[in-house]
Write a protein that binds this ligand. Sequence first.
Ligand code: 3SL
Length: 237
Amino acid sequence: MPKLDICFSPELLPLYDLRGKVAVIVDILRASSTIVTALGEGVSHVFPVASLEECTAYGQQHDCLTAAERDGLPAAGFDLGNSPFGFLDANRVVRGRALTISTTNGTAALRRSLAAEAVVVGAFLNLAAVAEFARAQGRDVLVVCAGWKGQFCLEDTVFGGALAERLSVAFDVRSSDATLAALHLWQQGKTDLAGYLLQSAHVRRLNSLEASQDFEFCLRIDSYAEVLPRWQDDRLV
Ligand code: 3SL
């Protein structure tokens, strides 16, 4: 039976062997939720990059939309920040455009996970798509939590627990303490996810940046149930 394990921070990635596995990159607040939203709203493909310099270079090279965030704020000189609402604005034409995006933790975590057999982006918004893909692959899964500057983040881990619950029949979700802990957190928080996560550091950070509507949006389970950003060649499609 394939296993589902959870890496609490990209700093712990050297302890895991990604080869042959499905890596699910998760940054609930907000990079993975924003990437799912962008593709769900018709962006053709996404180049996630670690640095702002690369973001500028990709934008020029591919003549695409650019989005960048540092410390929760939109970085200067780019078309968009890291709010999913940037892709919902009816006045902004994103359909059919390509996007390059750089965020403090999420896109860097993705770039560090490319040794996996398959790399997908997970969020509450597309939980069903991630679970279905994992089942179809039948390989070990490693949920890579983007965290915050190397530290543990509650919301990413709770997502890992939600995925573990959905996969609990077809996957071994009991042999890793990390997965057990994530399951416990999810079971604790799932009946009032927003209320539960309100205590988290990142939600407090977003609230102080007046991005609390982003928080509510990112918790909408399965609102893009068929969107699965998957790494192919040099991009997410
Ligand atoms: O670090 C990241 O990747 C971001 O998602 C952080 S923030 O939500 O934009 O603050």
